[in-house]
Design a protein around this ligand. Sequence first.
Ligand code: GUN
Length: 299
Amino acid sequence: MSAEIIDGRAVARKVRESASARVSALVAAGHAAPGLATVLVGQDPASDTYVRMKRRSCEELGIRSIHHALPADTSEEELLALVAALDADPSVDGILVQLPLPRQIDEKAVLGAIGIRKDVDGFHPHNLGLLAMKGREPLFRPCTPAGVMVLLRESGVTLSGAEAVVIGRSNIVGMPMAMLLIEADATVTVCHSRTRDLAAHLRRADIVVSAIGRPATVTGAMLKPGATVIDVGTNRVDAPGTQSGSRLVGDVDFDSAVAVAGRITPVPGGVGPMTIAMLMDNTVRSAEMRAGVVAIPAL
Ligand code: GUN
């Protein structure tokens, strides 16, 4: 038996189409088009590519893209001053400072300086705190874990009461992922680099979300037959004989897992496209909150 392949590109397209329609509705109602400010410090090639993809997606959806490229030796004070200016600018609905930042800049200070009403990455401690609390609602959910939830729901996966294992405990993916799954009434175990027996946890899991950044962390032999496997990993590995000399793989050994799982996301083409789609969704949501089209959750 071979697992159903979850097509992240197709689901992401649906999310973008919905965001695009909401942009049109805002503009038709006389509101300004949503605006997303992107800030890139330095010339990391991967970050440069990600930001370019985000800006292109804005253009496709009718979202205004306001880009700031800063030199690698930018000081923390200079970056904080830019963030404060963007936060005060009424034409900006979302602020995205691309991570990682150069070492002279304290990431915590920068992420904490983005006003939570423009925190479309969902990385502000206040938004993450609201996400962690029962009966409370964040203004924005972090894009990658929120995208995983859309993939699970679109694939018809039963979440309530399901045994879910999240591998990885980062602020960006693992921790908020666990909170979103708990919010959806799953029973959640978080595994990480110090977990003693990962296979023992995976054996019971109906849903596996791996975001640890290590190839072949999950193999078919570890999985419960029929499990849903979501691979957030994006690891570049050597591929001798290919044109670039490398290729992208996830955390899951796809060839063995596809034979045991019920559903599985490929890398690339699984979770990756969802992250930018959810960023667009959050940016439009921010503009909708500003316009009074959707309610702002109590803070
Ligand atoms: N670097 C890698 N992923 C992300 C992301 O989702 N947002 C930001 N701001 N930086 C990143």
